[in-house]
Design a protein around this ligand. Structure first.
Ligand code: IMP
Length: 181
């Protein structure tokens, strides 16, 4: 594969997953969901910002009745505790007894996903499933169950296809990896 290079702020990145391969994996995941979830009336929860592109491309290929909403993890300085607390915001649906499918851009250490699952459990859903576009198995620090994974990738910084570097490059249609000089 001829690798494309792009400079984002001070760093150089090169393509490691093409748009074509991304489309193929999303179609595979959608087909698996269409087979597994058709009678579950699930609600998809896209995690902002990074998962917006994955959620959009995947959702177009879902063929059964379902809902989607988007959530964000907001950091705030706790008044009772020291340090930063991450709170899930944007839930305005009743999740009780629902099949919830989290849509993530990437699971790296798994800490974010673990936080999300813990907070969602408080809404008493019937089950919580997870679909992630990317997964870095070597970086994982929390035990999390991933039901649908697009690509397992090495423990290197990536961007594009929704993922950013300091807010930039989310618009790139392929996945790029940091070039180490
Ligand atoms: P975790 O909590 O370490 O699993 O990280 C999850 C979040 O960190 C993702 O939702 C991304 O927003 C961000 N992240 C982790 N790895 C990368 C990367 O390689 N590139 C860009 N963002 C990343």
């Amino acid at each position: 594969m001829l690798k494309k290079r792009t400079k984002v702020l001070d760093l150089t990145f090169e393509t490691t997953i093409t748009e074509e391969r991304i489309c193929k994996e999303i179609s595979r995941i959608a087909a698996e969901m269409n087979r597994d979830l058709a009678d579950k009336n699930p609600i998809f929860l896209g995690i902002l910002n990074g998962a917006f592109m994955f959620a959009s491309d995947l959702f177009k290929q879902i063929t059964f009745p379902c809902q989607i909403t988007f959530l964000k993890l907001a950091s705030y300085e706790g008044t009772q505790t020291s340090g930063t607390v991450k709170q899930l915001i944007g839930i305005n649906q009743d999740l009780k007894d629902r099949t919830v499918v989290i849509l993530e851009d990437i699971v790296d250490t798994g800490i974010t996903l673990d936080t999300i699952i813990r907070q969602l459990s408080g809404y008493q859903p019937k089950e919580i499933m997870v679909a992630t576009m990317l997964h870095k198995p070597d970086a994982l620090q929390k035990e999390v169950k991933l039901d649908y994974v697009g690509f397992e990738i090495p423990n290197e910084f990536v961007l594009g296809y929704g993922l950013d570097y300091n807010g930039y490059a989310r618009n790139l249609p392929e996945i790029y990896t940091l070039v180490k000089d």
